[in-house]
Design a protein around this ligand. Structure first.
Ligand code: ZN
Length: 522
């Protein structure tokens, strides 16, 4: 045997050894490609598709969805997966290697996807589509009773779905686990209780001094195109790569990824309110930076995604709030904003804009909420949906329970169902167990930032000079590049040294808003 053939023999053995893994990867990449194509069609539908395309597009999306799902739950995937699991064990690969983690995550996805029978998945999809239409109509008519039967059906389906998915303690755990792997009520409930106990009194102190912060400067005429260009400049400076992304207009802003090299974001503009476009763009760019930062080594595999919705949201909240609503950010950006909007901002200064972007006011609508009230909106939803699922709250009693909780937490009562219990689409689309991921993300945004500054103390000075590279570099290294390799808890512990902890977030709020509202001055 020549040395060359000996090497070829060894390589051959290795390939032989991992042949199931290799074929599994090829299969998963094909499925990934189908799903990415589906995402392109979805993006197109929300941005440029003419209204007439809706019916055909729904069919195209359904077909691609079915192809991707069928290929994934096919017994051939299971056969390759079992083979790959054996090969990874036999080869003695490190448990943290890309290969071992790929197999581990695929097993988790496969079990989750196959536990729910196909005809039940179809039944759910139909019910959710009809419930969504009923919700749109009920909200327009401002009448919860029109939506109630559909919500009753969705709650019943959610209970059955939890039964199929399986859980040890609470049916809610099974639903939450789909969005936030391994999270349970047993962890989330104490976190929420702790937050509520701190936030309700903080909000009460702030509302006693509402007049101390004024945001009138944001409610002036701001040219639409200039707002877009300004927001684009800011997120380009963050590090969002426009050679691998783009910004478009939609009614409901979102971020979507077809690969790490094509990650798109959308925004909306209010010509009378500076906050909407700028903060919305920063938020979606945070999601986009995460997706653009996923390691090229994970491309095309199930690991090329976010660790969870909570981790995803931690990045949008971090860039939007911790960075974009900070004093140092506005010190740098005020002259630039004044040059962009001379008529509206000529007479202003950094302090005024910083304060304006941080005005706290209890409002009806979650997506318009400030940093202090935001989580109270979410707790209310979490508690109500948990009770609906348990059966301790009847759907018919939901509006009353909603209004009572709004009064309790935020001190206000919705004027009507449309602004109250009907404001979010989630329950109509069967997304029960989704809301806590927003709170987890908000809490983690500050925990990550605190850990980043501990490791790289130059970060705050960088922000004051619009040099975001130190912060982005840390996030990239500790979070983004890992994609789904680690569970959310593993990722948080590896990056910050401990599991999710509300203290950094509460310290941040007390400090920031205590100063903004002069709370220690009484
Ligand atoms: Zn978001």
């Amino acid at each position: 045997m020549t040395p060359a053939t000996a090497v070829a023999g060894l390589v051959g053995d290795f390939v032989q050894q991992l042949q199931h893994l290799q074929r599994l990867k090829e299969r998963l990449t094909e499925i990934h490609n189908v799903n990415a194509a589906r995402a392109v069609l979805n993006w197109d539908q929300s941005t440029y598709m003419p209204p007439g395309g809706a019916a055909a597009r729904a069919n195209q999306l359904a077909t691609l969805g079915a192809i991707g799902h069928r290929a994934f739950v096919d017994p051939e995937t299971a056969r390759l997966l079992e083979g790959a699991e054996r090969e990874v064990r036999a080869a003695g690969l490190d448990a943290d290697s890309d290969e071992a983690r790929l197999v581990h995550v695929t097993r988790r996805d496969y079990d989750q996807a196959t536990r729910v029978p196909a005809d039940f998945v179809e039944e759910m999809a139909r019910a959710h589509a009809l419930a969504y239409e009923a919700w749109v109509a009920a909200r327009a008519a401002n009448n919860f009773a029109d939506f109630a039967p559909w919500l009753r059906k969705n709650v019943e389906l959610a209970r059955r779905q939890a039964g199929y998915l399986g859980y040890t303690e609470h049916p809610y755990d099974a639903l939450l686990d789909q969005y936030e792997p391994d999270a349970t009520i047993a962890q989330v409930q104490p976190l929420f209780d702790h937050l509520r106990a701190a936030l309700v009194p903080l909000l009460r102190d702030i509302t006693a001094h509402v007049d101390r912060v004024d945001d009138a400067v944001l409610h002036r005429p701001y040219d639409k195109e200039t707002q877009l260009r300004f927001s684009e400049d800011v997120v380009r400076q963050f590090g969002y790569d426009f050679a691998r992304g783009r910004l478009d207009l939609t009614v409901h802003p979102f971020a979507t990824s077809f690969s790490r090299d094509d990650v798109r974001i959308t925004t909306r503009v209010d010509p009378q309110f500076l906050q909407v476009c700028l903060m919305g763009t920063m938020h979606e760019a945070g999601h986009g930076l995460y997706e653009q930062g996923i390691g090229a080594n994970l491309a095309g595999t199930p690991l090329a995604g976010a660790a969870s919705l909570g981790i995803h949201e931690s990045q949008s909240r971090l860039w939007e709030n911790v960075v974009g609503r900070s004093e140092s950010f506005w010190r740098h950006y005020v002259p630039l904003a004044q040059r962009a909007f001379p008529a509206a901002l000529g007479d202003t200064d950094a302090e005024t804009l910083y304060r304006a972007f941080n005005k706290v006011s209890p409002s009806q609508i979650r997506i318009e909420a400030d940093e202090v009230t935001y989580n109270l909106h979410l707790m209310l939803r979490f508690e109500l949906e948990r009770k609906l699922l348990e059966g301790s709250l009847a759907v018919d009693d939901l509006p009353e329970a909603w209004n009572a909780a709004m009064q309790d937490y935020l001190g206000i009562t919705p004027l009507n169902d449309a602004e109250g219990v009907l404001q979010d689409m989630h329950w109509s689309g069967g997304l029960i167990g989704y809301f806590p991921t927003y709170t987890i993300g908000t809490v983690l945004s500050v925990q990550f930032y605190e850990a980043a500054v501990r490791d790289a103390p130059e970060i705050p000075d960088g922000i004051a000079r619009a040099d975001f590279a130190p912060l982005l570099g840390w996030l990239q290294e500790r979070i983004y590049r890992h994609g789904r390799k680690f569970t959310p808890d593993e990722l948080v512990r590896r990056a910050t040294g401990r599991s999710i902890d509300p203290e950094p977030y509460l310290r941040y709020l007390r400090d920031k808003f205590g100063r903004l509202y002069g709370l220690s001055e009484g």
